[in-house]
Each structure stands twice: as structure tokens, then as C-alpha cells.
Design a protein around this ligand. Sequence first.
Ligand code: CP
Ligand code: NVA
Length: 324
Amino acid sequence: MSSQQTGIPSTLPKGAPPVRHYLQFADFSTEEYHYLMERAAFIKNKFKTFVRHQTLVDRTLAMIFEKASTRTRVSFEAGMYQMGGSVVHLTTGDSQLGRAEPIEDSAKVISRMTDIVMIRTYEQAKIERFAAHSRVPVINGLTNEFHPCQILADIFTYIEHRGPIAGKTVVWVGDGNNMANTWLQAAASLGFNLRVSTPSGYEVDEKVAVTPRGMGTGSYKTYSDPLEACAGADLVTTDVWTSMGYEAENDARRKAFAAWCVDSQMMAAAKPDALFMHCLPAHRGEEVQADVIDGPQSVVWDEAENRMHVQKALMEYLLLGRQN
Ligand code: CP
Ligand code: NVA
């Protein structure tokens, strides 16, 4: 959605790209993802070799958290400071957001004083309402429906370890949640094959996840047996059985998901060089066995670190457009 569409003038300098938001994976084109992957590699290399990359001097990121976070907060906050900018951190409990100030009013105010906003909240509709009233780009830092920054980091991590992901087979084992929805959108954009195995009653809601463009060159198939889904896979990935906001269902979920624990048998069914990913935080002995997440095929620590590198590229792209 551009500022022209909302009728809200942007505060961005002359020549800057029109305001765009990153609310779900489907918001960017395949070609934009190719650019972002290359740019993130460039920015990461600079960080690793102690070369400054400060394209966002004097810019301010507002981070709004209505749910808990470790990785999202640290990666956005450290990343923005590294790029020369600064950060304002708000939570529901210590701002007027928790005292029922309308989201539209909050968006108008926050976006007059900051240059870019990252929000972690509950319903996707809430972040969409904020974005519709924001003068500046809004990034989804996780909603009930989507977690696009995580999948951006996961795809980057896959490419770092194994090269292009197009044509590869990715298996999702577990809940049909925000991560699964986002993997589905990523398969459509980037042309890989996605297999999803969930317990009955916890399937992906295709009305939420499927993009208006359909599956593109990617494919999507569901499996009732997670072991069968893992056969010949290039990447096996999972997530907690109970996402934030669904804690009341914890006991029922523990029972329903018991067979959806990624173990060494599932990894043995995948290709010998298959990777294991988990967005973290993880519960060893629930959705994944310790020997898998702590084993040689696991790249979970790279995934976590790469959040910061890809999000630096994302913030730069939303604020400045292409840089080469
Ligand atoms: N993976 C992820 O988003 O982690 P946090 O909840 O710690 O931010
Ligand atoms: N699906 C999990 C991801 C946590 C990063 C949740 O929403 O809680």
C-alpha cells in the first residue's frame, strides 16, 4: 500500500521511494527477494569484516511489541544501531496502546516522529489498520497469521549453506501456524516445493496463506504422516506446538502433536545433506528431539543471527530503495 493510496503524505525525503509496507511475504516480488538476498549477503560481509555500513544515519525505528520476543527485538535493535540509526521500544504495558488508544491514532502519531515501524501483535488485521494510517513503512515482526522476517532469514540461511532454494523440497512438520502460512507464501514466490504435515484439526488455513497469484512455480502438498513427508527432503523445519496467544490450548495440543516431533528417524528419511531449521525458541523433547536441534544438520543459530542481516537489508530497502 503506498502513501498515495492512503492519501497520507510521506515524510520521506524527495526522491525516496513511495511508502511500502512489509506485512506478509507476498508483499514483495520474486525479483525483490533476489535483490534482498544479495544485499543481505553484502551487508553481512561488511559486519563480519568490521566495515561500517551506515546508510540509515538519523533514521529512527519504532518497535512495538504486544507479545514477547528475544530474537526479533535484539536483531532489529542491534541492526538499526549498526546502520547509524536509533530505536524506540514500546510495549502494550508501558504505552497508551495498552489503554485502548485507537490503533489509527497511534499510527498517525508514531509515524510522524519515526521513519519506520516494526510491530509484533496478534491479528494481522491490526497491523494492516496501523499501516493504513502510517506515513512510514511498517514491518510485520510476527502476527498470529504471518512471520515474514523469519522466513526471509530462513531462506537466506538455506542459500548460504546450500545455494538456490528454487526446485528444492522443504518440509514443515507441526502446527499450521504463522510460520507455516509464511512458508507457503515463500514457496509460491521462490519456486520450491513445500510439504506440510500437521495433526488433524491444525491444518494450514489456505484462505489465509495462499497468495493471490497462487503457487507460481512452487508446489504445496499435505501429508498426514510426518515421516512420509520427510522422505528425500532438502530441508526439514518445525516450530513450537503452541504459539503465543494460544496458551489455553496447551494441554490439548501436547496430546494432538505427540507424533509431530522431528527426530533422527525423520532426518534419516530426508536427503543425507538435508538441513534442519527452527525459528526458536524451541522445546527439546516436544516439537524436536535434542539430538536433531543440537546435531550436525541443524542451522538454527545461523538462522537466528541472519535475522539481523536480512532485516538490515529490508529496512534499507524500504527507506532508500535499491542501493546499487
Ligand atoms: N524467532 C523469533 O521471532 O524469536 P523471538 O520470539 O525471540 O523474537
Ligand atoms: N509460532 C511461534 C513463533 C515464535 C517466534 C509463535 O507465534 O509464538
